[in-house]
Ligand binder design. Structure first.
Ligand code: DGY
Length: 331
């Protein structure tokens, strides 16, 4: 059996695969080329891919014996899951292990985009610090303010937990209210989290954190009209997927001072970043590093490899997007 792996992963977990399977590895330090993907998908039994690899109908149609698409990410918007289902292919992902690391980064972005951390560091390195100044780099408080979480899933919940230390009021918007998560946060963390519709959340929050997956309901969830509802002193942070925010609209809002600041780890046309964003100093920009800790990236590799191997051995993967759907369809 053959397996296609589209990048060398931290921890060399792909060696586990090599014990029993022939590996075709894209061994360059860049996103796999479409050509290589299309050429090599033909006769592999499994693929371990990254969120940057578009596994669409064209790729799936080229595959003659593909049983599993193991995504090295929790998000799976790079994969045409519906089409994979129609072809009986299992799609797996790596939730859970990256939750806390990703939530840490949300807070790094909140802190840095409210308190000018990046610009202030640059200012100092450029030799511009001439002494304490009552008006230097004034930002807005985080402590005791209102945090609005869009998407109270695993990562959104981990972001909420951390707000306790900042004595914040926490509200959330989700496709539907999540009373069980509300109870969990109350019981385990003594943290009251209240549901709001999207408009109310945007109006009330001082800081908005986007933690929702990208799908047809969340594509361009945040537009200029929505940003207009926010406070002029507010910050929006997106570590989920770029297209949840209409990027041109965010640029306009930041330029017009409609909101105070933004922190972005993801972009609508990633890896391209809107040139105008690069010119603005009220936004902190990161290259999609939410889960980038040594520990977490290794755990993700371990899970992605195990998911792949389990499906190839006709067993249930640790985490999957469509395994039960496929099983039910067969029964
Ligand atoms: C994911 O897993 O979906 C993140 O965006 C990268 O870790």
């Amino acid at each position: 059996m053959k397996v296609l792996i589209t990048r060398r992963l931290p921890g060399d977990y792909h060696k586990l695969v090599a014990k029993d399977y022939e590996i075709i590895l894209w061994d360059k330090d860049e996103v796999v080329s479409r050509e290589f993907l299309l050429d090599n998908i033909r006769d592999v039994d499994g693929i371990l891919c990254l969120l940057t690899d578009k596994i669409d109908k064209e790729v799936i149609d080229k595959a003659n014996k593909l049983k599993v698409i193991s995504n090295y990410a929790v998000g799976f918007d790079n994969i045409d899951v519906e089409y994979a289902i129609s072809r009986g292919i299992v799609v797996t992902n790596t939730p859970g292990v990256l939750t806390e690391t990703s939530a840490d980064l949300v807070w790094a972005l909140i802190l840095s985009s409210r308190r000018h951390i990046v610009s202030a560091d640059k200012f100092l390195r450029e030799g511009k610090f001439k002494g304490w100044d009552p008006n230097l780099f004034l930002g807005y408080d985080i402590y005791s303010k209102t945090l609005g979480i869009i998407g109270l899933g695993r990562i959104g919940t981990a972001v909420a937990k951390r707000a306790k230390g900042f004595d914040m009021k926490v509200i959330y918007y989700n496709k539907s209210p999540k009373p069980e998560t509300e109870q969990y946060l109350l019981k385990e963390y003594n943290l009251k989290v209240e549901y709001r519709d999207l408009e109310s959340l945007l109006k009330e929050s001082d800081i908005v954190s986007i933690n929702t997956p990208l799908n047809k309901d969340t594509y361009h969830l945040i537009t200029y009209e929505k940003l207009k509802l926010m406070k002029r002193t507010a910050t929006i942070v997106n570590t989920a997927r770029g297209p949840v925010i209409k990027e041109d609209d965010l640029v306009r809002a930041l330029k017009e001072g409609l909101i105070f600041s933004a922190g972005l780890d993801v972009f609508e046309f990633e890896p391209q970043v809107n040139k105008e964003l690069l010119e603005l100093d009220n936004v902190v920009l990161l290259p999609h590093i939410g889960s980038a800790s040594f520990e977490t990236r290794q755990k993700m590799a371990e899970i992605a490899v195990n998911n792949l191997l389990l499906v190839l051995q006709n067993k249930e993967p640790l985490y999957s997007v469509n395994y039960h759907q496929l099983k039910n369809a067969i029964l």
